[in-house]
Write a protein that binds this ligand. Sequence first.
Ligand code: SF4
Ligand code: SF4
Length: 356
Amino acid sequence: MAQMRAAIESGVPDNKPFLHPLMRKNYGNWRYHDRPRPGVLHHVAHGGDEIWTVRAGTQRQMDVYTIRKLCGIADEYADGYVRFTIRSNIEFMVGDQKKVAPLIQALNGAGFPVGGTGNSVSSIAHTQGWLHCDIPGTDASGAVKALMDELYAEFVREDMPNRVHLSTSCCEINCGGQADIAVVMQHTKPPKINHDLVANVCERPAVVARCPVAAIRPALVNGKPSLEVDEKKCICCGACYPPCPPMQINDPEHSKLAIWIGGKNSNARGKPTFMKMVASGLPNNPPRWPEVSAVVKKVLYTYKEDARPWERVADWVERIGWPRFFEKTGLPFTKYLIDDWRGSRSSLNASTHIRF
Ligand code: SF4
Ligand code: SF4
């Protein structure tokens, strides 16, 4: 009888058994690659093998029927192998150029655009949102779907100055990354504390230690152990809310969205860069977030028109300068934007020591 594979509790499994056979055979041994058209990569191995990869966009949060549909396309039109990119595009590999066009036709016919390569706007990276996480102030995946519907044309063609990576994050503190243009949750009021629940639910020292500006103190409220917040110090980051849900910070009116630009995670062709905030206080307005889409599109299309070939968003802004960025995009500038204040390193609680 076949033995069940023992579960591996740590680390990722070896990916080699899941690779397309041509990829496995030529792993690390490619002569060159090119892109015959947007959404298609073509790799040529030193030994002469060739493989085509067709990249398609998805709605990211997928139900089992959609995944079955994609796997059916892989079995019928590709060689039965798929993989997901870090931005949740799905890629199909074929060892025969003749299979590329029917595969693209099948994907488009099922509603999946082919693109996301080279100088396009690839799929938007998003955090988990209302579906999976317990602390989001907005639905990052919903904002992504609304935005990608509007940027569909930029996914299927490659005519941006350079690649553009977008992201959304549904809280300010956890799993978001740096992106050329990012939509980030922004709380604007300190948490509201439900004092009846704190003693039962929260480890108070852990919550006190969590605050980056030491604004939380233990307190006795109505004879019960609880916490209090020095609202003058609080920067509304929301870091106290995950370890202590009674410190509710999500608010339908005061939780807003901000747009940050110029971030880059990789060190390819230029060093990584941190994003800077260029618009704030946008309404958290599901299900289509039109105010957010309008600002993202304003930045994106100003960049598209004004940047030189191969400039990423951060390179473009560095060349023209921040005053010109605000002039060209027409976004209003306030003193709260593009904060690059170096003093934050010693005044924010960036170490394990609490400073009062
Ligand atoms: S960004 Fe924050 S709220 Fe969103 S999934 Fe990550 S931890 Fe949860
Ligand atoms: S952790 Fe953040 S939100 Fe909570 S009290 Fe401190 S500064 Fe305010």
